[in-house]
Design a protein around this ligand. Sequence first.
Ligand SMILES: O=C(O)CCC(=O)C(=O)O
Ligand SMILES: [Fe+2]
Length: 354
Amino acid sequence: MLHVRARLYARLVAQKTRGLATAARDAQSFHIPVINFAKFRTANSDVERRQTANDIVTAFKQSGFIYLEGHGIPSTTVKTAFEKSAEFFRLSPETKDALAWEDPRSNRGYVKVGRERVTQSSDPAEIASLREKAPDFKETMEIGRDWDSVWQNQWPREPDVPIFKQTMLDFFQTCHELHTEVMCSIALGLDLKESFFDDKINEQCHNLRLLSYPSIKRSLLDGEGKARAGAHSDYGTLTLLFQDLVGGLEVRNPHTGEFLPATPIPGTIVVNVGDLLARWSNDVLRSTLHRVVAPPANINGNDVLTPARQSIAFFCNPNFSAEISCLPNCGKEAKYPPINTETYIVGRLAATYD
Ligand SMILES: O=C(O)CCC(=O)C(=O)O
Ligand SMILES: [Fe+2]
């Protein structure tokens, strides 16, 4: 009897040790890999295409974030989008306020500093209090598909920022096409037909967000919950994030709770999984918390002001009419009931804006 108990105990200890070893491995292996998408786009063989698709899906299972290189978007295209974005944010506060964001169903227009507070909370009172105590130090311009039958983009007047509209329309289209390709790779990596997502993501219900983080006193970003953008996850399928070289983006290791810097790598796009794709995949793909904090201080450590920072996020969504229910090959039992895309996205947006 004693023997049996001792054996059982030894087995339990061994299991626990193995579990701890796996957890430690997961914690240590958390990183944001650089993936060369050119290998997928111009692959010579199915094997090569499949290899990159597997790498992407593996990374999205582990950390939910990748740096995409070889994505095919010319650096001049990104540079022009950043220049036009900077030109827009240099407009007077009155000119920008005249284009104010008004409605989560539209999700278009200018959002001044302090109006949005991204968070994981869905409690309106908690979000309101966070917004007051620790607002996001950023301003944004939100752009949707321009041919929507109900909602209109809030374009600045052409003479105020020449070619802004055309630049952003072209950039929107370019990002939409890249999203479609990356979703093909995800389908393949999940053992689905490569075209599986095509008719569920083709209506361009996306959101192009230009972000400007003004230069502020570093001390304003010290303190509980204070950040340029608070810790949050994104809502849709994928986010394509273009960042300048200032730094400050951090990604949370879910195994340890620690935030890891997503240091800018020139020429790459940071791509991360959003909540709706995580839900679609029954949490096989991971939607990871991230935030934007003050960039690392200078070596002498006494820089009082943070440099201004610019980024562009393209939030990709399924078609608003698409029903999101557990994908094939993603577990035996669905963890979530089906949900309509528009209901989900508009609900999340309504909670985060003032
Ligand atoms: O500016 C960044 O680098 C990230 C912004 C972001 O995460 C967001 O707007 O959802
Ligand atoms: Fe985000």
